[in-house]
Design a protein around this ligand. Structure first.
Ligand code: 5GP
Ligand code: MN
Length: 329
């Protein structure tokens, strides 16, 4: 796909991502925004996203994001990044429906492609990596490089998760040549937590429960506790990774309450479980090792339902391994 060719003649271009935007979503939307502004100065380019967390305010263009979507004029091109169209924020959907051309750029394996043009590459570490591949490199400057870099570090856990490829590292190397302060960016947007965020993390770890012979772990924050610590969903990013990092754990579940008997669920795993399949069963999606969904019911209902699917995958892997062993004997 050639972004500029697809946008040829367009005077109004919109860009959006998913609800509760994370680093990859904000980084890739603002990278595309900066790129189109540079290459098509005559066009109006607008980013529609829920307000990104404070840590993302350092990205150029973050202050231009519109979270209200009160515009009623149709767009010539409407980009959906890092998400299936159904997962964009509600107010942007009417503009999406009116758009003359819709383009989806994503790396989620669960994305089946619903736009006019779909560019879904599950092997890519992040949507930001895809944006890097799709742009003319001569447009890169420190601001654009930084927006892409933020996207990549957030989805790869700073080049650590299994979605990091040699190509991801090459792109990272090319980006830091533009001279932005990458150690500061990694510290301030990825590792640093406020005192309250750290306390909540401590609480989640303290109250976690292991099950299935200690191979799975779950922890849950209810609304009361979130209010007590004055934290919102954006303050909880990365917590699930601390559960996954515990020795012996194959699958980690972190849940927080979003309504009466409603939870947002984050799943992480190693090679024992494909959590994108588990999440997809409950209407969510994601990647093999990191996925999410929304669930209804009590905490125990949700865990019971999730664990049935996790157990099934673990058992079939175990019997496959045993089969291999017997075959070798
Ligand atoms: P997280 O647990 O960090 O919210 O999400 C992990 C991965 O799963 C991310 O790539 C995220 O985009 C995806 N994901 C999380 N929740 C959902 C969901 O409700 N639907 C879909 N399709 N993907 C999700
Ligand atoms: Mn992503």
């Amino acid at each position: 796909m050639n972004i500029l060719q697809e946008c040829q003649g367009a005077s109004r271009i919109a860009i959006t991502g998913h609800v509760r935007p994370d680093g990859d979503c904000v980084g890739s939307c603002l990278a595309l925004y900066q790129y189109l502004q540079k290459k098509m100065p005559q066009a109006r380019v607008q980013v529609y996203l829920e307000r990104p967390g404070e840590i993302y305010q350092c990205i150029k263009g973050c202050d231009k994001i519109d979270s209200q979507c009160e515009d009623t004029d149709p767009y010539d091109v409407f980009f959906v990044l890092d998400s299936v169209p159904e997962r964009m924020m509600e107010p942007a959907k009417k503009l999406y429906d009116m758009a003359r051309k819709t383009i989806n750029i994503d790396h989620h394996i669960s994305n089946e492609g619903a736009c006019d043009i779909s560019w879904v590459v599950p092997d890519a570490s992040s949507t930001a990596e895809l944006i890097y591949e799709l742009i003319d490199k001569e447009a890169l400057d420190a601001d654009l490089a930084m927006a892409i870099y933020i996207g990549i570090i957030h989805d790869t856990g700073v080049f650590q998760y299994s979605n990091t490829s040699p190509r991801t590292m090459e792109i990272g190397a090319n980006l830091i040549r533009y001279g932005f302060d990458f150690p500061k960016l990694i510290l301030e947007t990825f590792y640093q937590r406020t005192y309250l965020q750290s306390q909540v993390l401590g609480r989640v770890l303290l109250e976690s429960i292991r099950f299935m012979d200690g191979t799975c772990i779950v922890s849950c924050l209810d609304r009361k506790i979130m209010d007590f610590y004055e934290v919102e969903h954006g303050d909880l990013d990365g917590i699930v990774n601390h559960l996954r990092n515990i020795k012996g754990i194959h699958c980690a579940i972190f849940m927080y309450q979003t309504g009466v008997l409603e939870y947002k669920v984050s799943l992480r795993s190693d090679e024992w479980v494909d959590v994108s399949r588990v999440a997809a069963f409950f209407g969510g999606g994601g990647h093999m090792r990191a996925a999410g969904c929304n669930m209804k019911g009590t905490f125990h209902d949700c865990v019971n339902n999730l664990s049935l699917h996790i157990k099934e995958q673990m058992e079939s892997r175990l019997s496959a391994l045993e089969g291999e062993k017997t075959g070798q004997e």
